[in-house]
Design a protein around this ligand. Structure first.
Ligand code: ADP
Ligand code: MG
Length: 451
């Protein structure tokens, strides 16, 4: 009998987009010497396209036929991934389009997402070619994880989708001012940080946010996990050690990344409930010390106050998901939000573990935890404390310092209203117009190749 070719697993087809000017400008060389040999070995077929200008990748992904590809991989920094995601979200078929697995092979100066992938795979924090090799290996392995995106609206009504961060103050100043040291590669951020520390600015503004439910405590240490059972499983207690390992939680990191994680194993039936089930989801959690897991059938997010859709500007509803937590920027924030007015050294909304390859800024973050980690440092912090903070960030130990000037809040949505006239705001490290800006999480709407 004949064996049909259709029965054989066909090799994955990847669209590789390379920015020849990313980082120190050696992306093409690294691609030829390191990436292509590895992915060829892994039986991945590919088309390699070099971007010719800014927004080239963004336009390209708007028109390509997505059935032809098993994934889109950027060989560059975070900037090119930002273009690709936004190009996909601008398509009429955005909802399907943004589900295409996205990969990143770090050849830029800002390689935060690559560092986050490397970290979540359990590799040691590395830089440069080592990071590239790890990420190429993970890409060849090919496992995909849902990725949260944050929908950001600026004063002019522009809406963009962000996968990394919104920054105002110290961090965005360093990011943009250090562009002139681009030839140094990632070292530009270190030099930029020192320069900024010498002439430290503070910014007055209003910061508003919608706290994430069950996240009243700021200390990111897990206490209990509320698990939503599938189907008709009655309420029951699960042994935590097992649940933790089933869900792939790394205990030392005390991460709280349980949303929509499934276990193929059956939970151990407790005396109160003889039934068993094939899988369960974690839906919410609180912090303190590790203690117990409680099964809860509440659907996710239903307890959150939402803004009525008719209050949203019509332009927002044309493409992309509805920003149901946000009121229009020219209106006050919804009543359930919290507002603080203060002088800030920095405000940072981050949704990945890393802000750069050696900045382990938010160790508790997760690709699809449904959370925006809102951080701010208030004016009054000493330069010495700020230096300590940034030095400790390499290892991710900065939260141990417990400075009263530093605040971290898990939120679903936020608004920044600068009162200081001049400043820099960045989205995913790219400068945007300065002024009021707000955003909300869209849980797991994209897919990232995490290996
Ligand atoms: P880096 O991390 O080094 O900044 P990125 O991937 O973030 O690298 O790219 C930086 C910027 O370069 C992005 O804003 C991207 O849009 C832009 N870009 C992409 N391709 C080109 C090109 N061929 N020429 C100039 N700019 C480009
Ligand atoms: Mg996240």
């Amino acid at each position: 009998t004949e064996i049909s070719c259709n029965l054989l697993p066909r090799s994955r087809r990847l669209l590789l987009l390379l920015n020849p000017f990313g980082g120190k400008g050696n992306a093409l060389q690294w691609c030829q010497n390191h990436i292509l040999p590895m992915i060829t070995e892994a039986d991945v077929s590919f088309n390699l396209i070099q971007t010719e200008r800014q927004n080239h990748a963004r336009e390209l992904v708007q028109s390509i036929s997505l059935d032809e590809w098993d994934g889109i991989v950027v060989i560059s920094g975070d900037g090119l991934l930002h273009e690709v995601i936004n190009g996909l979200m601008e398509r009429p078929d955005w909802e399907e389009a943004v589900k295409i697995p996205l990969g990143i092979l770090p050849c830029g100066s800002g390689n935060a997402v690559a560092a986050a992938i490397n970290c979540s795979a359990g590799f040691e924090q590395v830089l440069g070619q080592e990071l590239l090799t790890n990420c190429t290996l993970l890409l060849c392995h090919g496992a995909v994880s849902p990725l949260d995106l944050v929908s950001i609206t600026t004063a002019s009504g522009t809406r963009v989708f962000s996968f990394l961060s919104v920054a105002w103050g110290f961090i965005s100043d360093v990011d943009i001012e250090s562009e002139k040291y681009r030839h140094m590669g990632p070292a530009r951020f270190t030099v930029g940080t020192v320069v900024r520390l010498v002439s430290l600015n503070t910014y007055r503004g209003r910061l508003s946010y919608l706290p994430a439910p069950d996240c009243a405590a700021h200390r990111p240490i897990l206490r209990s996990i509320t698990v939503a059972a599938n189907g008709s499983l009655p309420f029951q207690h699960l042994p935590l050690h097992r649940t933790v390992s089933d869900m792939g939680l790394c205990e030392e990191r005390q991460a709280f990344c349980f949303h929509e994680m499934e276990s193929a194993e059956e939970p151990t039936p407790s005396p109160s409930s003889p039934s068993s089930s094939s899988s369960f989801h974690a839906s919410s959690f609180s912090f303190e010390t590790l203690s117990e897991v409680v099964v809860d059938k509440r659907p996710q997010h239903t307890d959150l106050p939402k803004v009525l859709p008719n209050r949203l500007p019509s332009a927002q509803q044309m493409h992309g998901p509805l920003d149901d937590f946000l009121a229009p920027l020219e209106q006050p924030v919804p009543k359930s939000w919290v507002t603080v007015e203060d002088d800030f050294v920095l405000v940072l909304a981050i949704y990945q573990t890393h802000l750069g390859a050696d900045l382990f800024t938010m160790p508790t973050a997760c690709f699809n935890d449904g959370l925006i980690h809102l951080c701010f440092v208030k004016a009054g912090i000493s330069r010495a404390a700020l230096i300590r903070l940034f030095l400790a960030m390499e290892k991710g130990t900065h939260f141990e310092q417990e400075s009263p000037y530093c605040v971290h809040l898990p939120v679903r949505a936020f608004r920044i209203e600068p009162l200081t006239q001049k400043g820099i705001i960045t989205i995913d490290g790219e400068r945007v117009e300065y002024g009021p800006i707000q955003g909300q999480i869209h849980h797991g709407i994209a897919n990232l190749v995490t290996g």
